[in-house]
Design a protein around this ligand. Structure first.
Ligand code: PRP
Ligand code: URA
Length: 212
């Protein structure tokens, strides 16, 4: 079907429970940050499920054996500032050797179009699997722009990981970047007139950093 959304929903009960706590308007910034970090780690577990393994020879205290280790895949994590920072530590706990790039984008409140203000990436992005993170996929403008910027810098292998998406945003990224798999914890109902996800969780950056 032409309108079908191409998105992986991480429906693990722990992820869904923690997301519900994040959505509640009473949740304070400290708890919001902790929950986001925990969910990022749980989602990271899912998105790395297909990472290749190789066998090596090791020796346990009892015997020699062959055992599996990750096949040296090079990973990069790219948070979209600001709110993407809230998902970084959870992923780094899982993949401590990942390199980190930063893309600074904010959404113009009138036009809802992304405005670029920062980009600092590891030099070898073309050789890495990049996990691009941003909790909110609303109109899709910010994520699509970040993926385009990364491709312009040579990235070839990317995964987009968000917390909450609107169907509108998923469609935009599917259309502009059909090669990039999207992982989310939930696809919500729609966008409101201000481009906010309904029911969503409000402004993720403000809730992480307590700026409202
Ligand atoms: C939020 C969010 C995404 C963007 C999503 O960032 O973190 O980057 O909006 O909206 P879109 O899909 O319609 O582009 P925001 O612009 O509020 O910046 P901030 O993270 O610095 O607060
Ligand atoms: N950005 C957010 O932080 N929340 C939304 O609902 C939409 C864009």
């Amino acid at each position: 079907m032409a309108d079908e959304l191409n998105v992986h929903i991480v429906d693990h009960p722990l992820v869904q429970h923690k997301l519900t706590m994040m959505r509640q308007k009473e949740t304070n910034p400290r708890d919001f940050r902790d929950l986001l970090e925990e969910i990022a780690m749980l989602m990271g577990y899912e998105i790395t499920r297909d990472f290749p393994l190789q066998e090596v020879e090791i020796e346990t205290p009892v015997a020699k054996c062959r055992a599996k280790v990750l096949a040296g895949k090079k990973v990069g994590i790219v948070p979209i500032l600001r709110a993407g920072l809230g998902m970084l530590e959870g992923l780094l706990d899982l993949i401590p050797l990942a390199r980190v790039g930063h893309i600074g984008l904010y959404r113009d409140p009138k036009t809802l179009k992304p405005v670029e203000y920062y980009c600092k990436l590891p030099p070898d992005v073309s050789e890495r699997t990049l996990i691009v993170v941003d909790p909110m996929l609303a109109t899709g403008g910010s994520s699509a722009a970040a993926l385009t910027m990364l491709k312009e810098h040579g990235a070839r292998n990317m995964i987009l990981m968000c917390l909450v998406a609107a169907p509108e945003g998923v469609r935009v990224v599917n259309r502009e970047h059909p090669d990039v798999p999207i992982y989310v914890a939930a696809v919500d109902d729609h966008l409101n007139d201000h481009g906010y996800i309904v029911p969503g969780l409000g402004d993720a950056g403000d809730r992480i950093f307590g700026t409202r």
